[in-house]
Write a protein that binds this ligand. Structure first.
Ligand code: ZN
Length: 159
């Protein structure tokens, strides 16, 4: 191989490598907030996803096809496509909701809600603030956390 061809081949290799890195759902990203009017969300989302994401509704347990999702990949916010959970952190909690013991750092924010009288920690997408679920302290190792998520608020992207 001539030197020039070699340099071109090498450049191509690095470009491919960079593209692969950028495609990693857990790579740090700058969170630019997605802010839309309630009416706009209503138009974009299914009625079920709209009620959960924008008005903190809770889907019926056992109703999400994502309960049975065991493939490798990631779970993104159904409102804005931000990757929130990796498939490696999903586990069977027996609750009827997709459950995870960890989220991709920086992708969720929390607040305390009092809807069931006792305070619970609500969490939502850091980008569009769409409600995802509640976090509890009875999860498995290594975190001991259980992120109890509405399946309708997520979309699964296979690896
Ligand atoms: Zn979102």
């Amino acid at each position: 191989m001539k030197r020039r061809e070699f340099v071109i081949a090498l450049t191509g290799l690095f470009a491919a490598h960079r593209a692969a890195e950028a495609a990693n759902p857990a790579d740090p990203v700058k969170i630019e907030k997605v802010v839309l009017a309630d009416e706009e969300w209503k138009k974009r989302l299914s009625p079920e996803a709209y009620r959960v994401l924008r008005h903190e509704d809770t889907e019926r347990p056992g109703s999400s096809p994502l309960n049975a999702e065991k493939r490798k990949g990631y779970f993104a916010c159904a409102g804005c496509d931000l990757p929130l959970f990796l498939s490696e952190t999903k586990y069977e909690s027996g609750t009827g909701w997709p459950s995870f013991y960890a989220f991709i750092p920086g992708r969720l924010a929390t607040k305390t809600d009092f809807k069931l009288v006792l305070p619970r920690t609500e969490y939502h997408c850091a980008r569009c603030e769409g409600h995802q679920g509640h976090v509890f302290d009875d999860g498995p190792k290594p975190t001991g956390k259980r992120y109890c998520n509405n399946g309708v608020a997520l979309k699964f992207v296979p690896a």
